[in-house]
Design a protein around this ligand. Sequence first.
Ligand code: SF4
Length: 445
Amino acid sequence: MKAHLKTYGCQMNVQDSLQMKGLLAKQGYDHTDNASEADMVLLVTCSIREKAVDKVYSDLGRIREMLPDNPNMVVGVSGCVAQQEKENLFKRFPFVDMVFGPDAVSELPTMLKDARDQKQKGFKSRILKTKFHHKKDFEFVNLLYDGEENRVKAYVNIQKGCDNVCAFCIVPRVRGAEVSRPSSQIIDEIKALVDLGVKDVTLLGQNVNSYGLKDTGEVTFAQLLEKIAKETNLAQLRFTTSHPKDVGDDLVEQFKNLSILAPHFHLPVQSGSDRILQAMRRQYDTKHYLTVVEKLKKVRPDIVFTTDFIVGFPGETAEDFEATINLLHTVGYDLSFSFTYSPRPGTTALRLEDNVSEEVKKERLDILLNRQRQVSGANNAKLLDTQQTMLVENYSAENKTWFGRTGTNKIVHLQDENPKRSLTGEFVKVKVIKANPHSLIAEAI
Ligand code: SF4
């Protein structure tokens, strides 16, 4: 049997998909990239912006057209659109068999069996699982999907949900309250990944900095990093996403103490204007944010920062936007993920007047992207002729280059016309011979 999974949105969804692929493999399903030949199609959806939701709906329209040729295909929708729209999805797309939210990922095999049984009996199934589990009942999937070859990098869930109240964000509504995964499970998974050859692990959560704080007897995030460094043979460790209000001095200290931590910090700021940060209910101001950045730079001078920006939030004036541009230059981000504000159902920002026109939002986004490109280009230009260490991920026969990343997460293309042996999974010293804004070209030393 074959399954086709299509994943939209963030790394949390990518990770959910990977786990569901593992669960499906145990049920005898091979993955196929071709939806029309699949026995089951599952969309792992994202609702962070309206455009992402529209994309899911248009893909469901395409799946509907495949059904006359493949009437036994089971169609499922999971992820954040499923959690947000619930039974409305059955009304709009009656051919859908299963709608389930992120809390029900581990129940996929049972749901799929029920849907298949119903189909075989000639009935239509309507399986809906969008109730959040109580914190004590929530179960993380403890299954390692080893169906991917040459895994040099891996993501490990350490938390689900979010207890924050950012005014623009739909995540707490679709992913529920924060739950921290037991540290013993995290350690076991990292050990197993290392045995599979993984060198670089990114710990995943909506707000990893608050890991363990609400669980008696659990370690804090800073302690978790130390535990991983001490108890596993992992070579390189990263994490995402952080909340600036929760980056404590204990975490800053770990960047001094733990060499396993890559010198890269993704620290979403969203806006450079204190007025807008307050309207966004982010619970910090730019002074606090810059203090955290300075502390990290002090203990780890080679650290680089990346961030997220939202432009055109309700009430954002030209001065507010200018403050965002200034912050971009002050921190000197290597990269930023920037989007225009998109009103989302159930968020408190809906109470604010969305008074920045689409034209102005687009104009500001273009300016921001342009400035970011200049800053990224200037940062990379400083690396010309320097020696760097990259972790090699794969070889491109077409480009005759090895692909990899530095500890600072910069993309490196290492030229190698005639590779004599595989470098995949190795830390290799290289010399930078060309610097583009978003990648480096290097030669072997
Ligand atoms: S911290 Fe804020 S932006 Fe991040 S997931 Fe939670 S509510 Fe959303």
